[in-house]
Design a protein around this ligand. Structure first.
Ligand SMILES: *Cc1c(COP(=O)(O)O)cnc(C)c1O
Length: 231
C-alpha cells in the first residue's frame, strides 16, 4: 500500500508527464498548447486521488456514473470553485435531473428520449451544462452513442425539437481499430455543423486524437493508474 505522500507524488508526476505529452502532440500538430484541455478521468478512484490532482493544478475531471460523482465531488467542489466536472458515461433519463445539477459538461447525449429529459431538467433547474453528442463512430452494437448515419438528424432534433444547444461531439473508437479514421470522421462532422468542441482520445490514443483536432482528451489510467477490474 502506498502512503499518502507517495500516492501524491505518483499522481502529480503522472499528471505532469501527460501534460508534457499533450504539449508535444500539440506542437507536432502545429497547435497552441492551450488548445487542448485535459479531462482527468477519476472514475473508480477515491476522492483522495482527485484531491492530489487538484493540489497539482488539475481542475477538470471526468466521471462515468452520476451516483459515484455525487458521492465524491460536492465536498471537493465546495473547496475548489474552479473545478469542472464532465459526465462521460451513459446517462439514464431518470438521472437527467441529478446530472444537470451536478455536471458542468454532459458528453453522453445520444438519444431523443435523453434529449427530452435533459431539456426538461434544464428548464426545472435553471442550469445549463455544456452538451456534447456521443457518436458511435464504429457503429458497435454494444456501445453507447448515436449511429454514424443518424448523427446529423439527431443534432438537428436536439436543436429544433428540444431547444438544446449542443457545443460539440464525443466518441470512443472501437478498442481494436486504428482510432485515426474515427477521430477524423468526428472532426469532419463537427466542422460541418460548426461545433467547436471535440472530446476524443484516452490514455492509449490521445496523441492521435490531438493530431485530428481534439479539444478535450479524457485520460484516466495514465494519470491515476489502473482501475480495479469490475467484479
Ligand atoms: C474510462 C474512460 C476514459 C479514460 O480511459 P483511460 O484509458 O483510463 O484513459 C475516457 N473516456 C471514457 C468515456 C471512459 O469511460
Amino acid at each position: 500500500m502506498n502512503t499518502a505522500s507517495t500516492a501524491e507524488s505518483n499522481v502529480s508526476s503522472a499528471l505532469a508527464r501527460v501534460l508534457d505529452r499533450v504539449a508535444a502532440a500539440c506542437a507536432r500538430a502545429g497547435r497552441p498548447a492551450d488548445s487542448v484541455a485535459l479531462v482527468a478521468v477519476s472514475k473508480t478512484h477515491p476522492a483522495e486521488s482527485v484531491a492530489e490532482a487538484l493540489a497539482a493544478g488539475q481542475w477538470r475531471f471526468g466521471e462515468n456514473r452520476v451516483q459515484e460523482a455525487q458521492n465524491k465531488f460536492p465536498a471537493l467542489r465546495a473547496a475548489h470553485p474552479a473545478l469542472r466536472l464532465h459526465l462521460i458515461g451513459a446517462l439514464q433519463s431518470n438521472k437527467a435531473r441529478d446530472a444537470v445539477r451536478l455536471f458542468d459538461v454532459i458528453e453522453s447525449l445520444d438519444r431523443p428520449s435523453l434529449a427530452a429529459a435533459i431539456a426538461a431538467a434544464v428548464a426545472r433547474e435553471g442550469r445549463q451544462p455544456e452538451l456534447l453528442v456521443q457518436v458511435n463512430t464504429g457503429d458497435e452494437p454494444q456501445k453507447a452513442g448515436v449511429a454514424r448515419a443518424e448523427a446529423e438528424d439527431f443534432l438537428r432534433r436536439c436543436r429544433d425539437e428540444h431547444g438544446l444547444q449542443v457545443s460539440g461531439l464525443m466518441c470512443i473508437p472501437p478498442a481494436e481499430a486504428d482510432p485515426t479514421p474515427h477521430f477524423a470522421f468526428l472532426a469532419e462532422l463537427a466542422a460541418r455543423h460548426g461545433l467547436p468542441t471535440l472530446s476524443m482520445g484516452m490514455s492509449g490514443d490521445f496523441e492521435a486524437a490531438i493530431a485530428q483536432g481534439a479539444t478535450h482528451v479524457r485520460v484516466g489510467t495514465a494519470i491515476f493508474g489502473h482501475r480495479p477490474s469490475p467484479a
